[in-house]
Ligand binder design. Structure first.
Ligand code: BG6
Length: 520
């Protein structure tokens, strides 16, 4: 290819590269007295202010039931920020100007008059755009999403409009439903009051730098993408492991379990980014089209497949890092007879041209030995006829590991010759580490997601068909567990890698899980 045709090809990129302008806006947080607001949303908005990334001007209004004044709301949030901010100490000058933009609206979610008060507060802004550019962040119980949208629309704060028509957006937290019918119903309720392009469904994994880098890594490098097919890949492992147990979240977890809490969203999102086809551009719909296509290619499982290819587990008392952990059934707000899964491992097949015949093993769990999320692409081994035969060993197959968290980075594993006489081989690693390369830059996922929602870019949010497809995958597995209490083999000691059946899932095929290494 001569140089000019090479440049032509570069210019053929359909990504505009331009970001939508960030306009002045009012962010209204429903559920403003909750944990998410204190731990994540306010620290994220504060950091955006610190980095001068927020529009000028902006306003933030907390909407919640508890009696508070603007000042007591601000004081409470400062206390939380001091505790949860990722940078310390809190910059007093930035906080002062941030706090001046913070307001509180006391009301019950179902109280019509409360929405009138909210409207008045919004309309008290001096800048016109702050009255019409509205981002409603629903950090409440999902059962209230529809009611909030309805009430907002009733008082004229939320108007259903096509792309570009207005800037009124709803950001909704997970869980988005608890199964396919409830997600469909929730979608139907929201769609009554807002157009799909006004709805931003959150999965905080998509705001993680390393998760976003999966696409950059795959589609901006020539060498790896060529290997990313059934011709070269033996299998893929996706691990999202947590050292924590359910702790104080027993009540929530009893209703969710690992399938709904982690597989339906975070794990399937990572899977779709790792396995999807290249999108025609980096525009939101192009990327989301490919993700949905991938999820639709996941092979549906029969009950017999599920019995063979899905392992569920629940932790019983054990130790993590030398610290005693109670059994799940003894956690607060958990039934002593609970059959809820705290661990899942699944062997999935993706029935498309690229991945036909390549198993994807995914697993997630609580009270595991390390907290780490990574994707390991295990390549097919080299023929064993030269070095293998000579040194009487099985050659280590090459692998590429995307470490999503912690120790964010990428490692390529290959065989090297041990210096000295003979032909002794040893697997060695080529490493890329985010910290070493770019310095310790660790913005919270919520910072990125809030900014994208303010900018109106939906790439990092979940589309309606995406959330529904993910539920149908999860539902088919969960339905097969109905009326099947856990058996003894399905329990695992806290601090171990799940039930032994999880290892068997791979061992029966001569494979093994490669566990993420503990953080140094
Ligand atoms: C949440 C789940 O969505 O993700 C939690 O509800 C889980 O149970 C958390 O602990 C994990 O997120 P992260 O960012 O710590 O990997």
């Amino acid at each position: 290819m001569n140089e000019s045709s090479y440049l032509d090809e570069l210019l053929a990129s359909r990504a505009t590269g331009s970001r939508r302008a960030i306009e002045p806006c009012t962010v209204v947080i429903f559920g403003a007295s909750g944990d998410l607001t204190a731990r994540k949303l306010i620290p994220a908005l504060y950091h955006l202010a610190l980095e001068k990334a927020l529009p000028t001007p902006y306003r933030i209004i907390g909407f919640a039931r508890r009696e508070k004044t603007d000042d007591s709301f601000r004081a409470e949030l400062l206390e939380a920020l001091t505790k949860f901010s990722r940078t310390k100490p809190v910059n007093q000058a930035v906080w002062q100007s941030f706090a001046a933009n913070l307001h509180y609206c006391q009301a019950d979610i179902s109280e019509a008059a409360g929405y009138e008060r909210l409207k008045q507060l919004i309309n008290s802004a001096s800048e016109e755009k702050l009255k019409t550019n509205l981002l409603f962040y629903l950090a409440t119980n999902p059962s209230q999403f529809g009611e909030i949208a309805g009430n907002l629309s009733q008082v004229g704060l939320l108007e259903k409009c096509e792309a570009g028509g207005c800037m009124q957006r709803l950001v909704v937290e997970k869980p988005f439903g608890h199964d396919l019918p409830s997600a469909q119903q929730l979608n139907a309720e929201l769609i009554r009051h807002a157009h799909e392009n006004q709805i931003f469904r959150i999965d905080h994994y998509l705001g993680k730098e390393t998760v976003q880098n999966i696409l950059t890594f795959r589609f901006s490098n020539g060498i790896f993408e060529n290997l990313w097919t059934r011709d070269s890949v033996d299998h893929v492992q996706i691990t999202v492991a947590e050292k924590l147990g359910v702790g104080s979240r027993g009540g929530y977890y009893e209703e969710s379990g690992a399938m709904r809490d982690m597989i339906q969203n975070h794990v399937l999102q990572v899977l779709s980014l790792v396995a999807m086809e290249p999108p025609v551009s980096l525009e939101a719909e192009a990327v989301r089209d490919e993700k949905v296509k991938l999820l639709k290619s996941v092979r549906p499982m029969t009950p017999a497949d599920i019995a063979r290819n899905v392992v569920r587990g629940q932790y019983f008392a054990g130790e993590v890092d030398g610290e005693a952990r109670p059994a799940y059934r003894s956690e607060p707000k958990v039934s002593p007879k609970s059959n809820v899964e705290t661990f899942v491992a699944i062997k999935l097949w993706i029935d498309n041209w690229r991945w036909s015949g390549v198993p994807f093993y995914v697993r997630t769990g609580k009270n595991l030995p390390v907290s780490a999320s990574e994707v390991r692409v295990q390549f097919k081994p080299a023929p064993n006829i030269l070095y293998g035969a000579k040194s009487d060993i099985h050659l280590d197959p090459n692998s590429l590991t995307l470490r999503l968290q912690p120790n964010e980075g990428i490692a390529l594993r290959f065989n090297g010759k041990v210096p000295g006489g003979g032909t002794k081989l040893q697997p060695v690693r080529m490493q890329f580490s985010y910290d070493t390369e770019f310095g310790a830059y660790t913005p919270e996922a919520y910072e990125r997601l809030l900014l994208e929602a303010i900018a109106g870019d939906a790439t990092l949010f979940i589309r309606r068909d995406e959330v529904e497809t993910a539920w149908s995958i999860v539902d088919s597995i969960r339905n097969a567990w109905t009326d099947k209490p856990l058996t003894n083999r399905e329990f695992y000691l806290a601090g171990t890698w799940g039930p032994t059946a999880s290892d068997d899932l791979l061992a029966t095929e001569g494979r093994e899980w490669k566990h993420p290494q503990p953080q140094k």
